[in-house]
Design a protein around this ligand. Structure first.
Ligand code: NAP
Length: 309
C-alpha cells in the first residue's frame, strides 16, 4: 500500500487525480484483490492545509508519513498575482520549498506541477526543459522559484510543466467560452498566442501512469527525478481553441461569431508569452508517456460531461 498525500484536491488537476485514485481503489475492491500498487490517498484542500503557511505544509507531511507527495495546489490567478505578488510567492514558491524539504526528511517522492509561463515566449520552436527561462509576470516568476527550490532541496522530485489547463470544473477557458456562447452573438478571441490546451484529466492520467511505475520503487527515484514538459500534443491559438470548442460542443443553443484579436487589443494586467508550446519528448523518451492531441482530448472532455452543469 503506497500512501499518497495530495495537496489541491479541489483544483482542476487535483480533482481529476483524486477521482482517478478513487477509481483505481474501487476497481481493486471490485476484483476482490489488492491490485498492486494499491493507493492510500490523503487528499487535502485549502481548509485542511493552507499553503500560505509553510509550517502547516511541513506538519501535514510529518503527520501523513507519505511515500509520495503530489502538489496540485497553486496560486493560479495570473492577473491578481501582479498586485499580490507576495501572497502568490508564498503559495507557489515557499510552499513547494517546504514540501521538498519535508519530503526529503520523510524519504518521499514529490510530484509537482509548473507552467509554460516560466518562458518569455520569444521562441519559435517548442521549448525544451533546459531552454533559458524568463518569466514575464509575477505568477511565472513564483512558479519558477518553486521549481528551483525543489531542485535545490535534493529531494526525489518529478516536476511536470504543463500549459493552458482546462476541464469540466473550475475556472478555465472552456467553461468561459461555453458560458459566453449563451450570452453573446459575437466574441473577440486572442489569435496571436500559441500554446497547447491541456485537459486536466489527460495530465492526471499521465501522472498516475508515472506513479504506477515508480511510486513503489524508491530505487528508481534518483534516475527519474527531474523536470519534464507534459502538455497535450499539437498547438493552436486561443482563437483556434475557441473555434474547436464551438465546432465540437454538443447542444449549444447558439454559436457566437468569432473575431480574431491581437494581444494588444485585449490588455490584461499580466503579460502572457506569445509562444507557449512545450517540447514533451523527454517525457516520451524516458517514460513512454505522451498526452493525446489537444483536439482529441477536447472531444473526449466534451463527451465526458456537461461542463456548464
Ligand atoms: N490552469 C492553468 O492553465 C495552468 C497552466 C500551466 C500550469 N498550471 C499548473 O498546474 C497545476 C494545477 O493547476 P490547476 O489548473 O489544477 O489549478 P486550479 O484549478 O486553480 O487549482 C488550484 C488549487 O490550489 C488550491 N490553492 C490555492 N491557494 C491555496 C492555498 N493558499 N492553500 C491551499 N490550497 C490552495 C486551490 O484551492 P481553492 O479551490 O480553495 O481555491 C485549488 O484547489 C498548478 O501547479 C498550476 O500552476 C496550470
Amino acid at each position: 500500500m503506497t500512501r499518497v498525500l495530495l495537496f489541491g484536491r479541489n483544483g482542476q488537476v487535483g480533482g481529476e487525480l483524486a477521482r482517478l485514485f478513487a477509481q483505481q481503489a474501487h476497481a481493486a475492491k471490485a476484483v476482490g484483490t489488492a491490485v498492486p500498487p494499491a493507493w492510500e490517498v490523503i487528499a487535502l484542500d485549502r481548509a485542511a492545509c493552507d499553503l500560505s503557511d509553510p509550517d502547516a505544509v511541513r506538519a501535514a507531511i510529518v503527520r501523513a508519513k507519505p511515500q509520495v507527495v503530489v502538489n496540485a495546489a497553486a496560486w493560479t490567478a495570473v492577473d491578481r498575482a501582479e498586485t499580490e505578488p507576495d501572497a502568490c510567492h508564498r503559495v507557489n514558491a515557499d510552499a513547494p520549498a517546504a514540501m521538498a524539504s519535508a519530503a526529503l526528511d520523510a524519504g518521499a517522492l514529490l510530484v509537482h506541477y509548473s507552467t509554460d509561463y516560466v518562458f518569455d515566449g520569444s521562441a519559435r520552436r517548442p521549448y525544451r526543459e533546459d531552454d533559458p527561462v524568463g518569466p514575464l509576470g509575477a505568477y511565472g516568476r513564483s512558479k519558477l522559484e518553486g521549481e528551483q527550490a525543489i531542485a535545490a532541496s535534493g529531494c526525489a522530485a518529478i516536476v511536470l510543466r504543463t500549459s493552458w489547463v482546462y476541464g469540466l470544473t473550475g475556472q478555465n477557458f472552456l467553461r468561459t467560452m461555453l458560458r459566453l456562447a449563451g450570452e453573446r452573438e459575437e466574441l473577440g478571441v486572442v489569435d496571436d498566442q500559441q500554446g497547447s490546451p491541456t485537459w486536466s484529466r489527460s495530465l492526471a492520467r499521465a501522472t498516475l501512469q508515472l506513479l504506477d511505475r515508480h511510486a513503489c520503487d524508491p530505487a528508481s527515484w534518483a534516475g527519474v527525478s527531474g523536470l519534464y514538459h507534459a502538455t497535450a500534443s499539437g498547438s493552436t491559438t486561443w482563437f483556434g481553441f475557441a473555434s474547436a470548442i464551438f465546432e465540437q460542443a454538443p447542444g449549444l443553443a447558439r454559436r457566437p461569431r468569432l473575431r480574431p484579436l491581437a494581444t494588444a487589443d485585449y490588455p490584461l494586467p499580466a503579460p502572457r508569452p506569445a509562444w507557449s508550446v512545450l517540447d514533451c519528448s523527454r517525457l516520451q523518451q524516458r517514460f513512454s508517456i505522451s498526452l493525446p492531441g489537444w483536439r482529441e482530448a477536447l472531444s473526449e472532455c466534451l463527451a465526458a460531461g456537461a461542463p456548464n452543469s
